[in-house]
Write a protein that binds this ligand. Sequence first.
Ligand code: DP6
Length: 369
Amino acid sequence: MLSETDFIANSISSDIYQGIFTWSAPSNIALVKYWGKKQDQIPANPSISFTLNNCKTITKLGFSKRHFDKLSENNSTFSFDLLFEGKPKEEFKPKIQKFFERIEKYCPYLKNYHFTIDTQNTFPHSSGIASSASGMAALAMNIMSLEKELNPEMSADFFYKKASFLARLGSGSACRSIKGAVVAWGEHQEIKESSNLFGVAFSPELHSVFHNYQDTILLVDKGEKQVSSTVGHDLMHNHPFAEQRFLQAPQNLSKLKLVLENGNLDEFIKIVESEALTLHAMMMTSMPYFILMKPNTLEILNKIWKYRNETKIPVCFTLDAGANVHVLYPEQYKNETLQFIKDELVGYCQNGQYICDEIGFGSQLILEN
Ligand code: DP6
């Protein structure tokens, strides 16, 4: 079992002066939700997600070794420029600064370099789709590419584990955007090699019904969320139902593990929809309480239930920390479900917008140094 100290890069065997890497990393959608955490981004309960394929962040990391001419000049600060779609984006810098501070202990070489981070998303800006998971994952992959140059003997297994470990320190759910179609994060007795420190790809064979599983994301509200996930997680401290929730999530994960192997979609739907509504129930019952769903979110959920009842097509929903609805269904029902979405659900989406996505496999190297 790897512990935190195993991720400290304390010896560097090679030197590199400059270079550029580019990685893409996808978004992911949790089936069993992570909501509540302890110190140092340790989850209060294990979670599991589908990795997406089309919603991604693409990040180019340029780096060059810094020169410290005078004795008075020391490398006590991080040095980086942040660009979004090629243009400087000052507002994003504090987030990256904080990320660097959190990971410095594990990547002590960071202050030796000046970085140019150029990032873009494949999904529309402010679509309400969180870019923190894909963004932090893409940046973590790039940093690990640099570390691999510094320590070329690093194994591929360690490379991906540490990338997930670093991404987690940026944003918890980001650790599930590194590698694998279905990724579990958080210790769980029945999930092999599961860890609170990084995500692990679900290793039993995934039932064929989940291959190319579809996720059509209905953009109900693209505005800024009133309450960030980080604040929401914090409200699980002293939450009246937290204890019960932290017992329920691992039980749901046990049940879902079986379902992912046996393909029982009735069970899948029950677990996944219940998890989504429980997440929002936690928000409604915290102090202060808040609601992130919108009236149109509820309209959509009711339409999905009605359609499923009438057609027996196993389409269901999940929600993240916002008003958007993820519509999940097997690829075999793609045509009729998309028709249903166009006929009955698009009217509830802001500007009629939705994004067609499906299960993907994780981050990808686009450009090597
Ligand atoms: C509702 O990973 O965004 O999407 O760790 O504070 O960055 P931080 O939170 P974040 O929380 C995600 C919450 C969720 C559920 C999930 O993805 O499991």
